[in-house]
Write a protein that binds this ligand. Structure first.
Ligand code: 5AD
Ligand code: SF4
Length: 440
């Protein structure tokens, strides 16, 4: 028998990459690769990359630079680049870093086993196609592997929205929804392996429109309601959504589907209608606020999260003030905010850019406001009792940590036997990034 080969996977970027990395590791597992925790221990290193902002893409080239001595010391070591940088840069990666053996875009992971065979024969492999078939259907699964209590499940990929700042429509391609039965099967399989909470993933997850068992088209709400019938599955979340795809049924589900958690990530990006138009967002600030009111009418305790971009081309101080006003009006329990980063090939990259120092200053001011809101939302939990799904041991002895329904990290003193279980916790303290509580 040949000795097991060792695989090291490093994942950058979004949760979809986390899911993709798991599936790639499982597929390579079927080819005799076992996952290891350090690049030094590996025979194959796979970087699953992100191209969303410039910094994310640069990290890949610095990581490749760091791997050079490792490869020099171990000539048989194989190095692969997957994900959105692979898609966007293609052959350029091999030109800049000739030691790279494999470049695979996000839509061709199912061809990875064949590509690995080419590598083992001493060749190189590159595939950045956008094939028609469902890549996940062709990736072997390792059904024996047990799972932690939470898992991601990709239900749709790609995006047809073409926000003028965003590379996703180019790197992940057109919007494709996976069929309902395949997703329900995967969800049941995850639950049998110990998963209690599933987060449905998609770049534009609420645009989901997969083929149902009878050939009719299902929206995300119907998928969630049906998945909620799976015994043993306790919680469902979904991310990331576009405001224009929040249909009535999905709004209603936040009020009447018990397993759907009261947390919603709904990016607005900016608060100025002029900038929203330049971003090609196809919604207004007032329209977004009205939408939030409707969702909160269905689920008053909803915790809201969002994404913001500051320093988008053409953004004036008055436009930026409109973003601050929107944040004040909405009230976020958490949020992500970024300085605009011109992405090659996207429309906004060609426009006159905002002074970087000005953009930095705006980012700081926005983040100060968002941090205040986040702290206020956390502080308001003190004294309340929330249900926590315990996921792992904490840093302190005897401590376990998990997530509340609202996605707050919560730690409490408790027995490891509670891991994978949901228990009520009375919140007694609010820290910068987590809540502390006692089992109720
Ligand atoms: N510059 C800065 N932020 C960006 N995002 C997407 N593209 C860019 C860009 N070019 C942000 C958006 C999106 C999140 C995933 O990343 O806020 O919602
Ligand atoms: Fe990018 Fe999201 Fe806009 Fe699609 S909807 S282009 S993924 S920001």
């Amino acid at each position: 028998m040949t000795a097991t080969k060792k695989l090291y996977v490093k994942t950058y970027g979004c949760q979809m990459n986390v899911y993709d990395s798991e599936r790639m590791a499982e597929a390579l597992g079927a080819q005799g690769y076992e996952q290891v925790d350090t690049p030094e221990a590996a025979d194959m290193i796979l970087l699953n990359t992100c191209h969303i902002r410039e910094k994310a893409a640069e990290k890949v080239y610095s990581e490749l630079g760091r791997l050079k001595p490792l490869r020099a010391a171990k000539p048989d070591l194989k190095i692969g680049v997957a994900g959105c940088v692979a898609q966007a840069e293609g052959e350029e990666i091999m030109r800049r870093q000739p030691m790279v053996d494999l470049v695979v875009g996000p839509q061709t992971y199912h061809r990875l086993p064949a590509m690995m065979e080419a590598l083992e024969r001493g060749g190189k492999a590159l595939d950045t196609d956008f094939p028609e078939e469902d890549k996940f259907a062709h990736l072997p699964r390792d059904r024996r592997a047990t799972r932690g209590p939470t898992a991601f499940l990709t239900v749709q990929e790609g995006c047809d929205k073409f926000c003028s700042f965003c590379v996703v429509p180019y790197t992940r391609g057109a919007e494709v929804s996976r069929p309902v039965e395949r997703l329900l099967g995967e969800a049941r399989d995850l639950v049998e392996r110990g998963v209690r909470e599933i987060t449905l993933l998609g770049q534009n997850v609420n645009a989901y429109h997969g083929a149902g068992p009878g050939g009719d088209e299902w929206g995300l709400a119907r998928l969630i309601r049906t998945m909620a019938d799976i015994d043993g599955l306790a919680r469902i979340r979904f991310t990331t959504s576009h405001p224009n795809d929040m249909d009535d049924d999905l709004i209603a589900a936040h009020g009447d589907c018990d397993k759907l958690m009261p947390y919603l990530h709904l990016p607005v990006q900016a608060g100025s209608d002029r900038i929203l138009k330049a971003m090609n967002r196809k919604h207004t600030a007032a329209g977004y606020i009205r939408l939030i009111e409707r969702i909160r009418a269905a689920r008053p305790d909803l915790a809201l999260s969002g994404d913001f971009i500051v320093g988008f081309p053409g953004e004036t101080e008055a436009d930026f003030q409109a973003t601050l006003d929107l944040v004040e009006a909405v009230g976020y329990s958490s949020a992500f905010s970024f300085k605009y980063s011109p992405r090659p090939g996207t429309p906004a990259a060609e426009r006159a850019q905002v002074d970087p120092a000005e953009a930095d200053d705006r980012l700081q001011r926005l983040q100060a406001l968002l941090t205040r809101q986040q702290r206020a939302a956390q502080d308001a939990m003190v004294g309340r009792t929330v249900n926590v799904l315990f996921e792992k041991a904490g840093r302190m002895p005897g401590q376990i940590v998990g997530k509340s329904e609202y996605l707050h990290a919560v730690h409490a003193k408790g027995d490891a036997g509670l891991l994978g279980r949901i228990a009520p916790v009375r919140i007694v303290e609010s820290g910068p990034n987590s809540l502390g509580g006692v089992l109720a």
